[in-house]
Design a protein. Sequence first.
Length: 675
Amino acid sequence: MRLFIAEKPSLAKDIAAVLGVTGKGNGYIECGPDKITWCFGHMLEFAEPDTYTPDDAPRHEKTGKKLWRAEDLPIIPQTWILEPKEDSKAQLEIIGKLLKSATEVVHAGDPDREGQLLVDNVLEHFNCTLPVRRFWVQSNDEVTFKKGLANLKPNSEFKGYGRAAHNRSCADWLIGMNMSRAYTLRAQRGGSRVLLTIGRVQTPTLALVVARDRQIEAFKPIPFHTLHAAVKHANGAFVAKWQAKEDQAGLDPEGRLIDTKIADSLVAKLTGTAGTVSDSREEPKTEGHPRAYSLSDISLVASNKFGYGVSEVLEICQSLYEKKFTSYPRTDCAYLPEAQHADAPRVLAAIKVVNPELATLIDLADPSIKSKTWNDAKVTAHYGLIPTMHEGSKDALNEKESNVYNLIVRAYLAQFYPVHKYTSKTLVVDIAGETFKAEGKTVTQNGWRDVYMADDPADSGDEANPDQSMPAVTVGDSVTCVKVARKDTKTRPPVRFTEASLGTAMENIDKYVEDPAHRKMLREGDGIGTPATRASIISELLRRGFIEPKGKSIVSTQVGRSMIDILPEHVKSPVLTAIYERMLKDIAAGTVDASDFMNKQENFVRDQVAKANAGSVVIAGAETRQVSTVHKCRVCKLGLVRHTGKQPWWGCSGYPTCNERYPDLKGQPNFAAKK
């Protein structure tokens, strides 16, 4: 009996639908001689840090948990212990029973590192020695499933993905558990009652927001002027922009005209003045197809267009995947595998069934066109988001799902239209010794832009040249400057992050690093976090109160800033993650020994904890009180803190691990009347 173990119930049902359901049991589906069961994501988790600390460590008398102590840090497990999650125990028991009667296992985790690990963990939990094959597909439609089932591969070929995911989890646990405890205790010694959670990805992400907010606050707008001339030629009129000379008076160091008197004198001098065409250039240009969407790309577009949050877009894309309308959503790639190009006629036919309103656009698509989006060399573990061959009904989609689905469909359709072609024209005119430059474009082939509305040209992210119509001219022709307009403007500060733009910044983190070597390393990677985790990391920063919403933007809080200020550069820099990801990719490929990776992480944590354990710190924005050296907590023996107000009270400085409280009696803790 083959036992399929799927990552989630919905995937199990989809596999069963293809194999043919013959019966159902408690926690599994029968498909002839095969059975399909499922996980609920990760079924096992690392044991709590208390498991690895000394047995004689003091415990909280109420919760029974060991108190946090600097002397117990760093906590570095010699053997990592995985325990069943409480809500997974019943399903794990079912899987264990099914394994006893199986002759072969089919691993059906999601096609990524975490999907590989979570089923591998279950098999290791039961010491499974059965042959294991891997079901690895990136779309959820019937055709793709049949291909995947017909091409099962040995699970051993994918073990590297699981090893990389396991070591990533271990390294994140070491940093998160140890650094969070070390800096929370450091803050407690300074009298701050606050839980400081630190993470390999979470902390550099917070540092991005803090840095951006401070740039905005320190920004001083600089007013300047631009001059635009309405120029008349015998064959037509156009608008040209003034170009300052190198020795022009009234410019700031950046070459902006800041002297109003000079600007006004140029307006008076040039208006109504004759001039000549000094240069005329035409250049045929093409604009390539938009790429397929990665998760961060579509999150940004959906945020700008519809106002959706990052977590919301991930949920929408996951729902579209589970309803079989689109491919696997947790992708950091905007390219498509070349072999899949052959599926284009069937995908287009399915899109036409789902979207009859797009029939005309679909009929004009040419499946023989192969854009640069189809590129095996740039496809990672996943490929870009595209529609599937599923011929469903859009009635199954809510409004938000329909909106996001439409973005994905149009990006796919655009691949089968010609490139966009236009002629770029640049004119330079001399007016009384001053130079003005005009640019325009003439579209010669609209191409893939036909797929998009005129007011929404592809969401491609590419800026087009100004669209003004340019007259036919010859160098030396006479022109007249009809009018010069002075436009007053100011330099603008950087824009605040939104959830979507922060997710994009995490993916393109190299742009925020100054060191060229580190920037190159990050550019070659995939940023910090993964498409699957970026939304949850931002949500966690919000939940912890390190950032907060401000309109559609997000800003750092005082506590968040204070935490970033006290952390060493190594902990808050994205470079650590870049090094991690490079090594994890090598582990997945089998070219790096995982033990070398872990040794580096352990040494790093030992060094950082030693620094954190030395001294104390006050966290601005956190609740801060003087820690008493006289009055001690009756449970953990740490100093108490007096909290003022209408009803003063005393609390343990060991919060949050110790939550003891005592009423106040004339400025002293009343231990006898303890509540």
